[in-house]
Design a protein around this ligand. Sequence first.
Ligand code: PMP
Length: 362
Amino acid sequence: MNQIFNFSAGPAMLPKQVLEEAQKELCDYKGCGMSVMEMSHRSDLFRMILEETEQTLRTLANIPLEYDVLFLQGGASLQFAMVPMNFMKHGKAAYILTGHWAKKAYQEAKKFGNVQVLASSEDEQFSYIPEWNLADISNNTDYIYICENNTIYGTKFTTLPNINDKPLVADVSSCFLSEPIDVTKYGLLFAGAQKNIGPAGVTIVIVRKDLIREAVLPEIPTLLRYKTHVDAHSLYHTPPCYSIYMCGKVFLWLLHIGGLEAIQYYNQKKAMRLYDYLDHSRIFKGTAQRAYRSLMNVPFITGNSNMDALFIQKAKEHGLENLKGHRLVGGMRASIYNAMPMEGIEALLACMNQFEKEYGVK
Ligand code: PMP
């Protein structure tokens, strides 16, 4: 097999071990004579897969019983709408704008109520996490919303805007399960699977039970109410069965390698190698401010778009795929999620080093 390293922001790399295990079970899952893809979602076998996947996730992320775990469709983007539809009891929410995805969620929420921008880092191309003042939050605000790791700009919150009686809602799509998480700090958190958790098609939602009620607006479609999915244990309609099964395998892989502390240690080592290189490079430069650097998404530039394009092409020739930055910002971005091995980082550094020798200022 052609050895490449895939630095895509998502869908992204999955652990090879997981893919090989899935390959073995592809046509015949545990001797039942069919693939998980062919199985009824109401069958005992699939219910067991769903139950085990949830339990493994609960163990891994230490999710208390006061929280429900849901496996939904519609991507993280559908959560941008479901959150306000279900949570805006007083028609008010406060958003911190730290990038493209937070802004998208904000724009969606504005369709359902009055949305306050608590802080924004748009003034400096979202290269940092802005400060907020919780005293600024208006009365009757139903929730505070953040995008915890900003996939495009490579920044991450270092502390969370916690306030007693206001639930924190967080989009954790690009950092979920990359480090230990204290679920009790959130009212609801969600993550599209296709970065750190599994294949595209499933979105994991973890929500505090007391926040589940009838949706705020009576006309909200049944499928867009959290209560529908809580009551039916994610089986109200056909769930993304195969994606869920794959997530279960990734969760088990994480447990086997030592859980979230172990993966955090590894992720820090990988990110430090890359950031350290960028900080000393003559031609490459990281774009996120140091204090807010993400462990998962590392955007960088040369400062010259032709050089960027040349580097991306050279990297591809060395089997380093998908290093092009998001179309909104250009440059390069190395997404180094859980499944990216240290060898991938070393291969990237070797390529950058060679590029510097060839094209850097002498
Ligand atoms: N939130 C974040 C932080 C993301 O990175 C992305 C996609 N890259 C989304 C939301 C949108 O996800 P989806 O395509 O699953 O709707």
